[in-house]
Design a protein around this ligand. Structure first.
Ligand code: GLA
Ligand code: ZN
Length: 673
């Protein structure tokens, strides 16, 4: 893969820097400390809109000019933000259309951030104008390596401008109210719409009985799509504004992993490089963090991504702001790199003194020097990244297994009424991901439009919504020799959340060779059991009651009136196989099951390692790189057959011997060709 920018020759290291919060005499001290810490990139101007634009027609770039000059003089690269993530107070007063209306219908006042209505004419006008002015003003700075549009876009708006825009969006999509009535099944509860103006936004005042759950899924689904598109439109307008002036500078905006409000698979198409902010809970399983990295790589079309933010030590907004233990910042930084990150960046460089982020870590703490544990760990990593150089840039994993993830499916599952309130799509995906992660099998995330040609295995947990054409894609994939796994509550609806009649799992029925007749929901404290390969495992959450129609039963329920009915099946279809897992089980099952399936379809582990030792791989024209990450506190050994160069230690290892990795340590091995 090509590097995201020709201006970089190593994994850039740095992050959000807010000198505007500090007197200028501190800036020089920052420059000195950055050098000491090996910092070579700063993200500037994330929240300076109010400072830059004090009124309607007035712009004042003088401070940013000084900052830009200073960082350039000090050899720093810049990720330049457009500042449109928080609008100025005067703008809110003068143009109230910029203020959002929330789910309950409350019009918000000025405050907080991420607070602009995406369909506000004032927001659109001023944000795009600012982005364009910034591009014009700083276009000749050679050290700008990326544009950072706005900041962590998100949320929803239910204002009248959004309502009007929703109707326009719907009209474009459906053309006629007749088609819209069909798609939303409005003959239910007498909802027939005769005029576009009769349509209102689905929220607490209309269709919702809970923030997620809706009485009319079709309406809610379209609103989710519309809201994501509205915000994407703001991003795209700023994208165009900076691109027009600086066509060669890549553009990004910082995403948030599994973030429900925005369809990142759609967004990824409009980003030159995907970047994201990684803030796991202190006790997050390595697989949970890894899965987010892989998803982010997936939304960027499989290219390397940027780790735009992580805390060097602690956040201020978790319930318990637990410190990152010694070594964890380094370990998680390399974990990001191990999954395809070409940068290691922090929020933030200097800890602020006021408002809600004053207890959020920074490379430079309130004490203001380089004597803190966090600073020293950051400086040590800075040195190492310099040594590591640029060999890895552009390298990506070569996965043979893919997991299907789809925002529409997520939205549809979230807003459904029935069959259970406990179904969490992300958790179902994690079940399968975790098993592959534990087996050291690399995984790509794919969406409905991604090509499946390079994969041997496709796993689509809870493929509830089969978008038109997707069954055909799966059918071809399996016919040509691919292995497909899906689960309970799959193949049920089309893209409008209308049930596909004629028997579940709908259009997937022939591929899977089963008919699912009923779906039983189990409360949290109840379980059934099923057998698989001589062992029994729990059946939880939902149990599909299925009849084989050509599929072979690999395991059957053991209890209740459906004892003896299949819980796991496999169907030979064309040259491939299609598995159906009719219920939710536990970690042991997924591990055993996926080990069997991967073995059968010829997908091997990168290496054998104990649990807690993560193994990944990246590949580019410089070679193949293995990452060994020890998430445990104690040392471990991993047998490496190939002869490799340990890039951090600078020695030759492997060749059929054990490689020792200390607790929380990392090895990056270049495999000798
Ligand atoms: C987000 C934001 C940053 C900062 C951090 C704090 O990632 O983008 O501006 O508020 O959270 O964790
Ligand atoms: Zn709005």
């Amino acid at each position: 893969m090509k590097k995201y920018s020709d201006k970089v020759d190593k994994i850039v290291y740095g992050g959000d820097y807010n000198p505007e919060q500090w007197p200028e005499d501190i800036w020089m001290e920052d420059m000195r400390l950055f050098k000491e810490a090996g910092i070579d990139i700063v993200t500037l101007n994330v929240f300076s809109w109010a400072a830059i634009q004090p009124s309607e027609e007035e712009y004042d770039f003088s401070k940013l000019d000084r900052i830009m000059e200073m960082v350039q003089k000090n050899g720093l690269k810049v990720c330049l933000a457009t500042s449109t993530g928080a609008h100025p107070a005067w703008m809110a007063k003068r143009h109230p259309d910029i203020l959002r209306v929330d789910f309950e219908g409350r019009k918000h006042k000025f405050g907080g951030r991420h607070n602009s209505c995406p369909n506000s004419p004032a927001y659109q006008k001023y944000s795009v104008r600012l982005a364009g002015k910034l591009a014009e003003r700083y276009k000749d700075y050679e050290n700008i390596v990326a544009w950072h549009i706005s900041n962590e876009y998100g949320g929803e708006c239910y204002c009248e401008n959004c309502e009007r825009a929703f109707r326009v969006w719907l009209k474009e999509k459906y053309q006629t109210t007749r088609e819209l009535n069909r798609a939303w099944n409005t003959s239910f509860w007498g909802h027939t719409f005769y005029d576009w103006d009769e349509i209102v936004l689905p929220n607490a005042l209309s269709e919702h009985f809970e923030p997620e759950r809706s009485m009319f899924q079709g309406i809610t689904l379209d609103y989710r799509r519309f809201n994501s598109d509205s915000i994407l439109n703001c991003y795209r307008m700023e994208y165009d504004a900076v691109k027009r002036v600086t066509p060669d500078i890549p553009v990004t905006t910082n995403l948030m992993g599994f973030y429900p409000a925005l369809d990142y698979q759609k967004w990824g198409k409009y980003m030159d490089v995907v970047s994201w902010d990684n803030y796991p809970d202190a006790d997050a399983a390595p697989a949970e963090i890894a899965m987010q990295h892989d998803l982010m790589r997936g939304v960027g079309g499989g290219k390397p991504f940027l780790l735009m933010e992580q805390t060097p030590g602690v956040t201020n907004w978790h319930t318990y702001c637990t410190l990152k233990r010694p070594g964890v910042m380094r370990l998680w930084s390399y974990q990001a790199v191990a999954h395809g990150a070409d940068s290691v960046m922090f929020f933030q460089m200097r800890r602020s003194i006021g408002a809600c982020e004053k207890y959020h870590s920074a490379v430079i703490d309130h004490v203001g020097n380089g004597e803190t544990r966090v600073f020293k760990e950051a400086a040590a990593l800075g040195k190492e990244l310099r040594k590591l150089g640029g060999e890895l840039l552009g390298a990506v994993p070569n996965a043979k297994a893919a997991i299907y993830f789809d925002w529409d499916n997520w939205w549809a599952l979230n807003c459904t009424a029935g069959p259970t309130t406990d179904l969490d799509y992300k958790a179902q995906v994690l079940d399968y991901y975790k098993a592959l992660h534990g087996l050291n099998i690399p995984v790509d995330f794919v969406g409905a439009e991604d090509c499946l040609d390079k994969y041997k295995l496709l796993i689509a947990p809870v493929l509830y919504m089969t978008k038109s054409g997707y069954d055909e894609k799966v059918r071809r994939f399996v016919e040509n020799g691919g292995t497909f796994i899906t689960t309970f509550f799959s193949g049920i609806v089309d893209e409008h959340d209308l049930v596909i009649t004629g028997g579940y799992p709908g259009r997937l029925r022939d591929i899977l060779g089963i008919w699912a007749e009923e779906i039983d929901a189990l409360p949290k404290d109840k379980e059934n059991r099923f057998d698989y390969n001589g062992k029994t495992y729990p059946a939880r959450l939902l149990c599909d009651l299925i009849h084989p129609e050509g599929a072979k039963t690999l395991g059957a329920y053991q209890k209740d009136f459906y004892a003896g009915m299949p819980a796991v099946t496999v169907n030979e279809f064309g040259k491939g196989k299609a598995y159906y897992v009719a219920t939710r089980s536990d970690e042991q099952f997924y591990r055993a099951f996926l080990e069997d399936v991967c073995g059968e379809c010829g997908i091997g582990a990168l290496l054998e390692s104990a649990d807690g030792i993560e193994v990944t791989e990246r590949e580019n024209e410089n070679g193949r790189f293995l990452f060994l990450l020890n998430h445990r506190d104690s040392a471990a050994e991993v047998r490496v057959e190939e002869t490799c160069v340990d890039l951090l230690a600078g020695e030759t290892v492997g060749g059929g011997t054990e490689v020792k990795i200390e607790g929380k340590d990392v090895k990056i091995l270049r495999v000798n060709q």
